[in-house]
Design a binder for this molecule. Structure first.
Ligand SMILES: C[S@@+](CC[C@H](N)C(=O)[O-])C[C@H]1O[C@@H](n2cnc3c(N)ncnc32)[C@H](O)[C@@H]1O
Length: 352
């Protein structure tokens, strides 16, 4: 089984739950569009069953996932009130299914559930690239900032003898072979994600996808996020020179992340055929420009990549890399000023 990469668990200063305001900002700004989408695109809420199922795929530990599901519930309740003039509390029971890889810190998620929540909860561990819910059981699905994670490092990119061998730690966009290999893996994974959701969602059900992708024609390493990943690669090489990381081992390090281009994303959705694209929009949020604060950047890297680096190279090497990121960050700030913009997306799909 390919290793799964989860965010830092717990509630401490270096945890995802304390360090995810960047992602949260997109959920906040998407609330209005979700309200409008549910009001106009969700088919009349069924009177045959009073249960309404919502799932958040790639939920991590919270609190962002709680905001995401509450936004969906508020929108469904509002629609119900408008259509029936009845109180949804008397008539709809919400069941929320929190999905993430099984090594996600579900304990923190369950311990920090909002005390005032008015929904039933279940954890659904397992990769969202496969089925995690029964057929025709889901009314609305949601997935934010998760689909740039691939199911595995694409074949060949970590192999020095392959034409697709990647000397960088991610898909920078500058090597054609590496980019093609990453794209092939994205097509497989996104295709599997859509196939599984297509089976789980009821006909007319909605799927909201939010996160970061690349505008067509822009290479990852031309964006701020890509430059920061390249910078982490440089710091890892410095740590290898200091002797804390084996150089060969570092040469084979590749992160299974691929922020797709808009055209690639749309094409996989069309090929799947189960969904109508109701919206595919660029959406901006207040935190889009990451603060160029050395401590913030080091913590962001630690929260997202610290676990992988520690398991690969050991705690000392991981800590030293984060120290160097913080120390050397001012060196790359002028370069970041010339970064091209990436793109935050808001996608709404309706199950045919
Ligand atoms: C950056 S976090 C996003 C968390 C939350 N959705 C948000 O917007 O703040 C990405 C999450 O996706 C999860 N993830 C990545 N690949 C996954 C997979 N194949 N199946 C389920 N979850 C996955 C990770 O474990 C992580 O919790």
């Amino acid at each position: 089984m390919a290793p799964s990469y989860t965010m830092a668990g717990g509630n401490g200063p270096n945890s995802y739950s304390q360090h995810s305001t960047y992602q949260r900002a997109l959920l906040e700004v998407a609330k209005e569009r979700i309200n409008e989408a549910i009001s106009t695109k969700l088919e009349t809420i069924s009177s045959e069953s009073n249960r309404f199922n919502i799932a958040d795929f790639g939920c991590s530990t919270g609190p962002n996932t709680f905001l995401a599901v509450q936004n969906l519930i508020d929108a469904v309740e509002q629609k119900y009130r408008n259509e029936t003039q009845q109180n949804p509390d008397d008539n709809i029971e919400f069941q929320v299914l929190f999905n993430d890889n099984s090594n996600n810190d579900f304990n923190t998620l369950f311990k920090t559930l909002p005390p005032t929540k008015k929904y039933f909860v279940a954890g659904v561990p397992g990769s969202f690239f496969g089925r995690v819910l029964p057929r025709d059981s889901l009314h609305v699905g949601h997935c934010s900032y998760s689909l740039h994670w691939l199911s595995q490092v694409p074949k060949g990119v970590a192999d020095r003898n392959s034409p697709a061998w990647n000397k960088d730690i991610h898909c920078t966009g500058f090597s054609k072979e590496v980019a093609e290999t990453y794209l092939d893996q994205f097509k497989i994974d996104m295709g599997s994600f859509l196939k599984a959701r297509g089976e789980e969602l009821v006909s007319g059900g909605l799927l909201f996808l939010l996160g970061s992708c690349l505008p067509d024609g822009v290479k990852m390493s031309e964006t701020m996020k890509g430059m920061l990943l390249d910078f982490m690669g440089t710091c890892l090489h410095d740590v290898a020179k200091e002797g804390l990381i084996d150089q060969e081992e570092l040469d084979s390090l590749n992160f299974p992340i691929y922020p797709a281009h808009v055209v690639e994303f749309k094409s996989v959705i069309k090929d799947n055929g189960c969904f109508t694209i109701e919206a595919f929009e660029k959406i901006s949020h207040a935190n889009e420009e990451m603060p160029l604060d050395p401590e913030f950047l080091a913590t962001s890297n630690k929260v997202t990549f610290g676990g992988v680096l520690e398991s690969r190279f050991g705690k000392e090497a991981m800590e030293r890399t984060m120290e160097l990121i913080e120390e050397k960050c001012p060196e790359i700030i002028p370069q970041l000023a010339n970064a091209k913009s990436g793109m935050q997306y808001f996608i709404m799909l309706r199950r045919n």
